[in-house]
Design a protein around this ligand. Sequence first.
Ligand code: IPM
Ligand code: SF4
Length: 414
Amino acid sequence: MSTISEKIFSRAAGTEEVKANEFVIANVDYAMAHDGTSILAVRSFREMEIKNVWNPDRIVIPFDHLTPANTDTTAALQHDTREWIKQQNIKNFFDVGEGICHQLLPEKGFTLPGKLVVGADSHTCTYGAFGAFGTGVGATDMSEIFASGKLWFRVPESIKITVRGKLPRHVFAKDLTLKIIGTLGVAGATYKAAEFYGDTIEDLTISGRMTLCNMAIEMGAKAGIVPPDKKTFDYLEGRSVEEYEPLYADEDASYTKQYNFYADELEPQIACPHNVDNVHNISDIPATRIDQAFIGTCTNGRLEDLEAAASILGGEKVAVRTIVVPASREVLLEAVRKGVIETLLEAGVTVGPPGCGPCLGGHMGVIGKDEVCISTANRNFKGRMGTGGSIYLASPATAAASAITGEITNPADI
Ligand SMILES: CC(C)[C@H](C(=O)O)[C@@H](O)C(=O)O
Ligand code: SF4
């Protein structure tokens, strides 16, 4: 009678049947740090005066947050980290332009069902879309993993979220995700593992499941997990770096809470400033002008997202500056091959290099103090994209529709 998380931790800790709330020391299957956090993890690793990392092949480092470097300070720090990566013989290093960590680890086959993947980034929970236990830690914890390959955990309790029905036209995984977070609240799943079930979840594409699991942390969850199925195995075919064994919850697994959602009547959702759980039906939002639209990030920067935007923007012109940042080189290449980028460029969109782009306000689309941005990202905290400004979170289709009119707009109205 175990949940998926209990099973993964039993395997990773090499103990029989660990239960929620037990403390374990787990072997980490893959460890990830990006340019922002590897710098700090390396600093603390050096302070430990340990010579070599535990296993260079199990460490993955994408440079995505401030790439290409925005200042000479950033450039110098990145240079130092690159040197350390070379010296440690870490081959899984993805430099400028390869893409966002949470897109690259799945594409490169590191996020496998039943595995424990820990990242020095809060949205590491994205990997639950593949039936892995993916979770974020701070840079100091990451340096411990670099050194030993292990980390202690309190095995989380689990909640069960079941979604039934068919998402209407113009309503996407992002809208469902916002609905769930709006209902549970930013602390509604604190330190819980959220397992997702139901025909709506089964119908979601891999990309949609990644959007859903990506935002699990926004309701406080330690992980968000979709049980792996044929779609998962098909995606991983030809990508997975090693064998894996999918793990599923037992029928009588114990959940501290169960929630039910219905997709049939859902309309596009908007998370209004300045909290991710300030979620409303788009029809309840008063006329709101925008200055910028941003489509990208580890939440919504995949091919399917760019296609959804292009299907709205095709033959139209944007009324406000509109920035599209593909989540990875693979996404960008596919979007070029399929003519999606051409459609976006013709509509007046600015396309940036794969990476986080302006998501956390570092560069390439920071907003002014009184400006309003509609964004497909996962956070709308005050100051997230600049010292001031307001951020409305939405799906790529809603962001694209709003870019055309210059105010928050339901894609059904275009
Ligand atoms: C910079 C990094 C530590 C941070 C995170 O952990 O999430 C960033 O990716 C974010 O989205 O705010
Ligand atoms: S795209 Fe945004 S949310 Fe995702 S890892 Fe980068 S900064 Fe964080």
